[in-house]
Design a protein around this ligand. Structure first.
Ligand code: PMP
Length: 454
C-alpha cells in the first residue's frame, strides 16, 4: 500500500494473487490498472491517472465513491461493535434494522423476510436452498429441480454455477449439480426465431413450458432468472416476457426467483428489475448495490407464501440449516442501511432511468457512424455495445480477436474505464452519473472507434 512502491506492486500483482476469470499467463502480459482511490464517479490509479468509472466497480458502486454517509456508518459501527453473529443465542441491531428496511423497500413485491450472505453467489445459493426446503416443508419433497435461462449468470458457487446458462463459466468444474436445466432466453439480437420482440417472448415462454412439462412440474422447485441478463451480455427481455414467467410459474406451481444481484437497488431504472416489469417474484437475490460495493453483503428476500412454510409444524425439520459466520455482519448491515438511504433519498433509480435512456440514444448515434458496432442495448444504467466483424452476418469477435480490447484500451488511455466481455463493451457506471458524464464517455468512445477503424 506504499505509493512509493508502484514498481513493486506491478511486479507482484500476479505472483501470489489469483485473479477471477483470467488466465494467469495472459495477466503477465496484460497488466491491469491498480486502482488506488475513488471519488464520485471517478477512480484514480497508482500512477495518478484519473478515469470515469464506466464499470461502477463491477456493476456495484451505485452511490458513487467516497460517500461520507456510508464511511461514517461503517466507522461508527466498527467502534461500537465490530462483529456479532446471528447463530443461535445472539443477534445484532444493524441486521434487525436492515431486514426491516429491505422488506419496507420491497413491500410492493410482497417481501417479508431477509436472509443475509456476503455476495451475489451467496444470495443465489441461499435462494436455491430456500426453494428446496420450502417444497419439503410443503409436503412435496420431489420438487427439487431448477430451470434457468441461456446466457443467465448466477454466480460461481456450485448451485449458482449449475444454473448459469453459458458453458464457459462451467466447463472446467464439471460435474455440476444434478437437476439443473436451461432454456432459451429472449435475446432479440441473437436468436434463430424472429426479429419481433413480442413474438420472441412468446416463443421462449412456450419453450419454457415444454421443458417444464417434459421434466414434470411435480419435480421442479423454481425458475431462476435475471430481470435483465447482465454478465451474459446485457440482454433486455421484451416487456411481456417477465409477466409470462410469472404466469407460467403460477400455472405449474413453481417458485419464481428473481436474481436481482445487478438490477436490485436501482440499476435498471426502477428500484428492482422485477418492478420494472410489473412482476412480483417469490424470492429475490440482492447484492452489489445493496451496500454500493463498500463492504461485502447480500440478501435473499422471501415473500409471505415462502416464509409461512417455516411457521407451521410440518413434520419435516423446519430448522433453516443455512447461513455463514458473517450472515448479518453488523458492519455490512450498517453500510447497507446508509447506502440504501442514498439510493432512495437521491432517487437514483429514476436518475438511472433518465440518464440511461439518454446514454442509449447517444450510443445508437454512435452505431450509425461505426460499422463494427452490431448492436447497442440496455435498460437504465446497464448497457452493452456489441462488436461484430460483419453487420450482415453478425459474426462476433471471438476471445482471440484483439479488436474489442483495442477499443477498451483506447478508452482507458483517454480517461474512461470500460470493460469488455469477449465482444461486448459493458457499461454500468455509478447511478449518480449525469448527462455530462455520458457526453464525455461517448466522445471518448467515438474517438476510440475513429482511431481503430474496422
Ligand atoms: N447473480 C448475478 C445476476 C450476478 O451478476 C452476479 C455477479 N456479477 C452474481 C449472481 C454473483 O455475485 P458475486 O460475484 O458477488 O458472487
Amino acid at each position: 500500500m506504499n505509493s512509493n512502491n508502484n514498481a513493486w506492486l506491478k511486479e507482484h500483482n500476479t505472483v501470489h494473487l489469483m485473479h477471477p476469470m483470467q488466465d494467469p499467463k495472459a495477466l503477465h502480459e496484460n497488466r491491469p490498472l491498480i486502482i488506488q482511490s475513488g471519488k464520485g464517479v471517478h477512480i484514480t490509479d497508482i500512477d495518478g491517472r484519473r478515469f470515469i468509472d464506466c464499470q461502477g466497480g463491477l456493476w456495484c458502486v451505485n452511490a458513487g465513491y467516497g460517500r461520507r454517509e456510508i464511511i461514517d456508518a461503517v466507522t461508527r459501527q466498527m467502534e461500537e461493535l465490530a462483529y456479532y453473529s446471528l447463530f443461535p443465542g445472539s443477534t445484532n441491531a444493524p441486521a434487525i434494522a436492515l431486514s426491516q428496511k429491505l422488506t419496507e423497500v420491497a413491500a410492493e413485491e410482497g417481501m417479508v423476510k431477509a436472509s443475509f450472505g456476503l455476495g451475489g453467489s451467496d444470495a443465489v445459493e441461499s435462494a436455491l436452498k430456500i426453494a428446496r426446503q420450502y417444497w419439503k416443508l410443503e409436503g412435496q419433497p420431489d420438487k427439487v429441480k431448477f430451470i434457468s435461462l441461456y446466457n443467465g449468470y448466477h454466480g460461481l458457487n456450485f448451485g449458482g454455477m449449475s444454473a448459469c446458462g453459458g458453458n464457459a463459466w462451467k466447463s472446467s468444474y464439471e460435474p455440476l449439480m444434478p437437476g439443473f436445466f436451461q432454456v432459451e432466453s429472449p435475446h432479440l439480437y441473437r436468436n434463430p426465431f424472429t426479429n419481433d420482440p413480442e413474438e420472441l417472448a412468446e416463443i421462449c415462454a412456450q419453450i419454457l413450458e415444454r421443458q417444464i412439462e417434459m421434466q414434470a412440474p411435480g419435480t421442479i422447485a423454481a425458475l431462476i432468472a435475471e430481470p435483465v441478463q447482465g454478465a451474459g451480455g446485457v440482454i433486455v427481455p421484451p416487456a411481456s416476457y417477465w409477466p409470462r414467467l410469472r404466469q407460467i410459474c403460477d400455472k405449474y406451481d413453481i417458485l419464481l426467483i428473481a436474481d436481482e444481484v445487478i438490477t436490485g437497488l436501482g440499476r435498471s431504472g426502477s428500484l428492482f428489475g422485477s418492478r420494472g416489469w410489473g412482476v412480483k417474484p417469490d424470492i429475490m437475490c440482492l447484492a452489489k448495490g445493496i451496500s454500493s460495493g463498500y463492504v461485502p453483503l447480500s440478501a435473499t428476500l422471501v415473500n409471505s407464501r415462502v416464509a409461512q412454510a417455516w411457521e407451521r409444524d410440518a413434520g419435516f425439520t423446519s430448522v433453516y440449516m443455512h447461513g455463514y459466520t458473517y450472515s448479518g455482519h453488523p458492519v455490512s448491515c450498517a453500510a447497507a442501511l446508509a447506502a440504501i438511504d442514498i439510493v432512495l433519498d437521491e432517487n437514483l433509480a429514476e436518475n438511472a432511468r433518465v440518464v440511461g435512456d439518454y446514454f442509449l440514444q447517444k450510443l445508437l448515434t454512435l452505431k450509425e457512424k461505426h460499422r463494427a458496432i452490431g448492436d447497442v442495448r440496455g435498460k437504465g444504467l446497464m448497457l452493452a455495445v456489441e462488436l461484430v466483424k460483419d453487420r450482415a452476418t453478425k459474426e462476433p469477435f471471438g476471445p482471440a480477436d484483439a479488436y474489442p480490447l483495442a477499443i477498451s484500451e483506447a478508452c482507458v488511455s483517454n480517461g474512461v474505464m470500460i470493460r469488455t466481455i469477449v465482444n461486448k463493451l459493458i457499461i454500468s457506471p455509478p447511478l449518480t452519473f449525469t448527462k455530462e458524464h455520458v457526453d464525455e464517455v461517448v466522445e471518448v468512445l467515438d474517438r476510440a472507434f475513429v482511431a481503430n477503424p474496422w
